[in-house]
Design a protein around this ligand. Structure first.
Ligand code: NAD
Length: 473
């Protein structure tokens, strides 16, 4: 008899919500409304496989909250997709958007397939059919619900979704904003691909720059010299590794599905990625030690552990064996509420997903704004800023009689490109969000951890929205 997995991701989110709700004063009815998923669309549709057989596909789109419109959230391709998971991920999106002040409600989508088992043509048909089902039920649109990439999907799938939407809704002037995470050549924004990983880096950097927090953990401030282990070398994990390494941390361990590798001297994500592409495995990377049990990678000795694969990987079974002092939740829901209790006991700082991995949705927001304004960031002001800066520089040089060296000159004159504005907008977002959450945590010593502080922040913002807007009718 098959053993039923008792783990419910949605229940985990509800547990963390309830834990935090105790530190707020909102009406129980409002809190109950916020927790629920407003609309759950469960669908089945057929696709014809390359060999002529017909397969029934199971898929979902969940809109957790419409307190702000549109709803926003990724679409996941995984054989593990189920309604409970999509509901949990949609809820997290609502809280995440609230924390980083992105004016969207939360949503999420999922298609229950392992993309490795399908040809590109089959994947295109599945993606297009899924999109057409969303269109038919009014579950997608720049002002309704805007999907994005998630586990198992990327720019390619977003292009197919956009093309399907535009084919079925011709003449809709803002249609490019129906989906984000598109290639830059199809209305995407520079910096979206690396946004989640970069946001994780900014978030952890901010926390590591707080002397009192680091002192409690027995660590020095700053990122430089810290040892890091990353689980999952996909979109989020790859860019986390890259940004930590580029800023002086040592990524000593990387874990993928087939195993983990460890090298005290540090690993380079691109070299490991190429090795995996060539050999089909992360294992046997030159100079690194193999760990055949991938999950053991989470238990490696390090300062910062970044789970960037899937949910429920650190739970009551293995949490007590974690040696890292900081856990940065790049994935959604990697640590369970039971693991949280163990971290509190052990004095491990867990920086929660709903704040830490919000870089993706933040830059998706920038992409959506770009689509609605129909103009690339920096196009209007770049040259103007450069001319103005040159003028100011020349005035200063004229008054002082000194000439600024060429390197500085180039920096001062530089007008912003799209990538500069996106990175700076993301950095500002992560810095302000860290400040807000840390302030809530410090102002109430009974709040046990950063996740609870993050939920308190999200609950306060969403509740305020409900109360100010009133209940219709
Ligand atoms: P991805 O598909 O690009 O990469 C995931 C990687 O994890 C893959 O390489 C996969 O092989 C690996 N993996 C799967 N199971 C594993 C295991 N048990 N041990 C080690 N590695 C394993 O997906 P992604 O977009 O990087 O998303 C990863 C996580 O980040 C998900 O939880 C997702 O919801 C979350 N997230 C993604 C974004 C985004 O912008 N893509 C934004 C916010 C949150």
């Amino acid at each position: 008899m098959a053993v039923k997995n008792p783990y419910s991701f949605f229940l985990s989110v509800e547990k963390s919500f309830d834990k935090a709700a105790k530190f707020t004063n909102w009406d129980a009815g409002i809190l109950n409304q916020i927790k629920e998923c407003n609309s759950v669309y469960q669908m089945r549709f057929p696709i014809k496989r390359d060999n002529g057989s017909i397969e029934v596909i199971e898929a979902y789109r969940v809109q957790h909250s419409q307190h702000k419109s549109p709803c926003k959230g990724g679409v996941r391709f995984s054989s593990e997709v189920n309604q409970d998971e999509v509901m949990a991920l949609a809820s997290l999106m609502t809280y995440k958007c609230a924390i980083v002040n992105v004016p969207f409600g939360g949503a999420k989508g999922g298609i229950k397939i392992n993309p490795r088992n399908y040809s590109p043509y089959e994947l295109e048909k599945i993606t297009r059919r899924y999109t057409s089902e969303l269109i038919k039920k009014n579950f997608i649109g720049p002002g309704i619900d805007v999907p994005a990439p998630d586990y198992g999907t990327g720019e390619r799938e977003m292009s197919w979704m956009l093309d399907t939407y535009q084919s079925m809704r011709p003449g809709e002037v803002d249609s490019e904003g129906c989906v984000t995470g598109k290639p830059v050549t199809q209305g995407g924004v520079e910096g979206r691909r690396e946004a989640t990983g970069l946001g994780v880096f900014f978030g952890i950097r901010e926390v590591c720059n707080i002397p009192e927090v680091m002192q409690k953990l027995g660590l020095s401030t700053g990122i430089e010299g810290k040892s890091v282990v990353v689980q999952g070398l996909g979109n989020v994990g790859y860019f986390c590794t890259k940004f930590f390494r580029e800023h002086g941390a040592k990524v000593v361990g990387l874990a993928e599905m087939e195993g983990a590798i460890f090298n005290e001297a540090g690993l380079n994500e691109e070299e490991v990625f190429q090795h995996r592409k060539k050999t089909g495995s992360i294992l046997n990377f030159p100079g690194a030690t193999n760990l055949v049990n991938s999950a053991a990678g989470l238990e490696l000795d390090c300062d910062i552990l970044i789970p960037a694969a899937l949910e429920n990987v650190i739970n009551e079974e293995n949490a007590s064996r974690i040696k890292a002092k900081i856990i940065g939740e790049a994935a959604n829901g990697p640590c369970t509420p039971e693991a949280d209790e163990i971290f509190i006991e052990k004095g491990i700082l867990c920086v929660p997903d709903m704040y830490l991995n919000a870089g993706g949705v933040t830059v998706s927001y920038f992409e959506w704004l770009k689509n609605l304004s129909h103009v690339r960031y920096g196009r209007l002001e770049k040259r103007f800023t450069e001319n103005l800066n040159t003028h100011i520089l020349e005035q200063i040089e004229g008054l002082t009689g000194k000439r600024v060296n060429e390197k500085e000159r180039k920096l001062i004159k530089h007008g912003p490109d799209e990538i500069d504005l996106v990175y700076s907008g993301l950095e500002e977002t992560m810095i302000s969000a860290t400040k807000e959450i840390i302030e809530i945590w410090h102002n109430n010593p009974s709040i046990p951890d950063l996740r609870t502080a993050a939920y308190v922040n999200a609950i306060n913002k969403v509740s305020r929205s409900y109360v100010e807007l009133g209940i219709f009718p």
